[in-house]
Write a protein that binds this ligand. Structure first.
Ligand SMILES: Cc1cc2nc3c(=O)[nH]c(=O)nc-3n(C[C@H](O)[C@H](O)[C@H](O)COP(=O)(O)OP(=O)(O)OC[C@H]3O[C@@H](n4cnc5c(N)ncnc54)[C@H](O)[C@@H]3O)c2cc1C
Length: 530
């Protein structure tokens, strides 16, 4: 195998696959992409409904991390699934295509990151996109990442939208268009009813290029540094330590947990943390692993007698067989569902300038990340705080690179997050208890008796957890705690960048896959313009 490359990219997730595609476009440039997980050959990845077979438990495609006990969650440990295969988390996620609010990016620019305002990043969102509805001022057509309307949305998803309208929310046909607020169906990253992960979108068309080497089953253990310059990457290849050389740059795209972990293992990070694990300090950078922020979420769960919803029932399993036929023949049917087909963005206070709560209506019971089974039909409404004020840390459990990192999102440490979630849960309940959903609604599970604010806050602390959007552990910026500069270069180290969800200056108000793709799209341009 070639040992020297122009670029070495660590992590083949939402961002890494984009980088691999863009940087290897020039046949004269050699690129190595290193991924800890296996190839993405499992049908569970490609059949959208298969997500249920990957997320709830640890398996070869899911790191299935746990957080440290969370005081704000009454001492519970949170669950943190992350994709571990080509495509990364975009191979196990719910496929929802959301960019966040335009003002999120203007906030990034205002925080000292020129070139990252909404008008600056919109062209990069559009460049990657193939919007099946066609191009317009907000959308691109002809890009690799397919954005589709749900092929076969279930009727309860429309009932949710109707109920949200009855509760006063406008209907919104495009959350990524002029307005984010309102209720509607989510568009997803699917093509012909199959998941369009970052690997399907960006790696498949590039993987035959002779100048692109993709290493799977290889976990990066550190970046090789010589006098403040990144020269390569060391990795574990099935128990053997190997390395590759990067003659131009190393780019970390191992995600919000992986990228800061690798930096610290390489001797770049907060001095006290490196000392604690006897890692030689090559460059002190206090912000590495700081500022961890994630969407905290509570799901309201309802049993149902309606077979229009999903459930672990003999009837639903039989219909699954027909779903397979529909999928194979037409790219439609129940197996194309991402479960969270509809949703809403709302303001808990009319004086707010933008939504502070997002809802995901799920046409099944998602209890404890689908780890607690219910042998009945049902539905859920996930309620998440879009811009939490609680910040935690990503640290090391040990100096062993194969150990999981120590994850502390400090969920609900800030009282404002509790208050916002409480207001959001009340708004969501008003929608879920509306007439249009009456025929689907049976008993509310767990929280039915929680009618006072105090009781609801207890329910929140007993049951809330992540909506799977950890970011900002290698925050971009210009202050002391920034890890990368606005060109995504690690501050104080040459020829080393981070380009994934870890660099977000703040958590955007929405799902985080599309922004991770955008970040990589812009990173590739910055790298090539060097
Ligand atoms: C269950 C779930 C549902 C979600 N649903 C949605 C959704 O519907 N819509 C949405 O927009 N977002 C969703 N997200 C979030 C979104 O998928 C992530 O924010 C996004 O994929 C992050 O991209 P990334 O490139 O930063 O990291 P990832 O996509 O996680 O990629 C990191 C990659 O690096 C690899 N890696 C890590 N460490 C190493 C190492 N040491 N060596 C080599 N490789 C390494 C990992 O295996 C992985 O492949 C969801 C996430 C999850 C987990």
């Amino acid at each position: 195998m070639l040992q020297r490359f122009d670029y070495v990219i660590v992590g083949a997730g939402s961002s890494g696959c984009v980088l691999a595609n863009r940087l290897s476009k020039d046949p004269g440039t050699t690129v190595c992409l290193i991924e800890a997980g296996p190839r993405d050959s499992s049908p569970l990845i490609h059949v959208p409904a298969g997500v249920i077979g990957m997320v709830p438990f640890k398996n070869r495609l899911n790191w299935a991390f746990e957080t440290v006990p969370q005081a704000g969650l009454n001492g519970r440990r949170g669950y943190q699934p992350r994709g571990r295969t080509l495509g990364g988390s975009s191979s196990i996620n719910a496929m929802i295509y959301i960019r966040g609010h335009a003002s999120d990016y203007d906030d990034w620019a205002a925080a000292g990151n020129p070139g990252w305002g909404y008008a600056d990043v919109l062209p990069y969102f559009k460049r990657s996109e193939n919007q099946e509805r066609g191009a317009d001022a907000f959308h691109g057509a002809g890009g690799e990442l397919n954005v589709a309307d749900a092929p076969s949305p279930a009727r309860p998803s429309f009932a949710f939208i109707e109920s949200a309208r009855a509760a006063g929310l406008p209907e919104n046909p495009d959350f990524n268009g002029a307005e984010q607020e309102g209720a509607g169906l989510y568009q997803t990253n699917q093509r012909k009813g199959r998941r369009c992960s970052s690997a399907a979108a960006f790696l498949r068309p590039a993987e035959a290029r002779p100048n692109l080497t993709i290493l799977t089953g290889c976990q990066a253990t550190r970046v090789l540094l010589e006098s403040g310059v990144a020269t390569g990457v060391e990795f574990d290849n099935r128990g053997r330590r190997e390395s590759v050389t990067a003659t131009r740059e190393v780019i970390l795209a191992a995600g919000a947990f992986g990228s800061p972990q690798i930096l610290m293992l390489s001797g770049v990070g907060p001095a006290d943390e490196l000392r604690r694990h006897s890692i030689p300090i090559l460059h002190e950078l206090p912000g590495v692993g700081a500022n961890l922020v994630d969407h905290i979420d509570l799901a309201l769960l309802y049993r149902s007698r309606s077979s229009e919803l999903f459930g672990l029932t003999p009837g639903a399993i039989l219909r699954g067989a027909k779903g397979l036929w529909d999928l194979q023949r037409h790219g439609t049917g129940m197996l194309t569902t991402n479960y969270a087909e509809a949703g809403a963005f709302l303001r808990t206070d009319p004086r707010l300038s933008r939504p502070d709560i997002q809802l995901h209506f799920v046409n099944g019971i998602v209890d404890n990340h689908a780890r607690t089974m219910h042998y009945t039909y049902g539905m859920s409404c996930h309620v998440c705080v879009l811009r939490p004020k609680s910040f935690g840390t990503l640290r090391l459990n040990s100096a062993n690179p194969l150990d999981a990192p120590s994850i502390d999102p400090a969920f609900l440490a800030h009282d404002d997050d509790v208050a916002t979630l409480l207001a959001g849960v009340k708004a969501a309940r008003a929608i879920m208890e509306g007439d249009p959903l009456a025929r689907y609604r049976d008993e509310e599970l767990y929280t039915a008796a929680a009618r006072s604010d105090d009781a609801l806050v207890q329910a929140i602390r007993n049951r809330a957890d992540t909506l799977y959007h950890p970011v900002s552990t290698c925050r971009m910026g210009v202050d002391e705690m920034a890890v990368v500069d606005p060109a995504l270069r690690v501050r104080g180290i040459e020829r080393l960048r981070v380009a994934d969800a870890a660099v977000m200056p703040t958590l955007i108000g929405g799902n985080t896959h599309a922004p991770a793709v955008m970040i990589a799209e812009k990173a590739a341009e910055l790298i090539l313009a060097r």
